[in-house]
Design a protein around this ligand. Structure first.
Ligand code: GLN
Length: 268
């Protein structure tokens, strides 16, 4: 019988991925592995681990295999219908938490798993939070996450702001599809398994960002913030779009990897 350590070493996977998959099979946390890795794995455990390891070797993202990913300290259910939450997006959430006015009405566009609005509502219970997505399958995942985590968020199917035309918000946030369709990363690694409609606009990556900046003007209260996540090389373009659209205090913030990641401004 192989030990747990041998299962990990012989899996053909990166050590961290193999550990996470084994712990999922065992329903244990990392502390358990330290004390037990020289024990023998049962046949059932070996078979269950082998099945997950084969999926990972075929390229499937760990988050889809486990069905969940941690974001801002909470566990979110994910499926191939939604983008896997990224640590980079925690910057967008932090900026929104700091800028949303007391008891404000805020909205997230292209919500995917719902990790942004759900986190905002749980961190700032005073806020009234809405979230939109064009994909019914994504909205089903977001609904489920809100129910599991106990967050009151109003979800609507919508092509960007269309479903809430006429409403005005105290803050708009979005992590839209912003990858250039020609970017080679789309055909590499985990991104191959994520919904392409959540990653790229099919053009230069700026189409949805530009649409949101333009459409948001009619739906922000005076002085309200628009905060947008974007690619590491899109900060200057976003600032220019924001300035042309009449936003003030336009600026770009960097993520933990020191890349431009969020740009925003206030309207009116
Ligand atoms: N940050 C993601 C990536 O580069 C892209 C997410 C998005 O397009 N909104 O993999």
């Amino acid at each position: 019988m192989p030990t747990y350590r041998e299962l990990i070493i012989n899996s053909g996977l990166e050590r961290f991925d193999a550990q996470v998959l084994l712990l999922h099979v065992m329903q244990k946390n990392r502390a358990w592995l330290i004390g037990h890795d020289s024990e023998a794995a049962s046949e059932d455990q070996q078979a269950a681990f082998a099945a997950l390891a084969a999926r990972r070797r075929a390229g499937e993202p760990v988050a889809y295999i486990l069905g969940s990913r941690e974001f801002y300290g909470r566990e979110f259910q994910v499926s191939p219908a939604v983008l896997i939450p990224r640590p980079d997006t925690e910057l967008l959430v932090e900026l929104a938490i700091a800028r949303a006015p007391q008891a404000g009405h805020i909205i997230d566009l292209g919500t995917g798993s719902g990790c942004i609005p759900i986190t905002l509502k749980l961190e700032r219970p005073d806020l009234t939070v809405a979230a939109l997505d064009i994909s019914p399958a994504a909205l089903a995942v977001a609904h489920s996450n809100a129910a599991t985590l106990g967050a009151e968020v109003r979800f609507l199917q919508s092509d960007w702001l269309a479903a809430v035309a006429g409403e005005r918000f105290d803050l708009i946030v979005s992590n839209p599809p912003y990858i250039d369709a020609a970017d080679v990363h789309l055909s590499q690694g985990d991104l191959r398994f994520e919904p392409s409609g959540a990653l790229t606009d099919g053009h230069d990556g700026l189409q949805h960002l530009a649409h949101i900046i333009s459409a948001a003007r009619a739906q922000l209260k005076p002085g309200a913030w628009l905060l947008l996540e974007h690619g590491w090389d899109q900060g200057a373009a976003c600032r220019e779009l924001l300035q042309q659209a009449g936003f003030s205090e336009v600026q770009t913030w960097r993520d933990l990897g020191d890349n431009d990641r969020v740009s925003g401004g206030r309207y009116g």
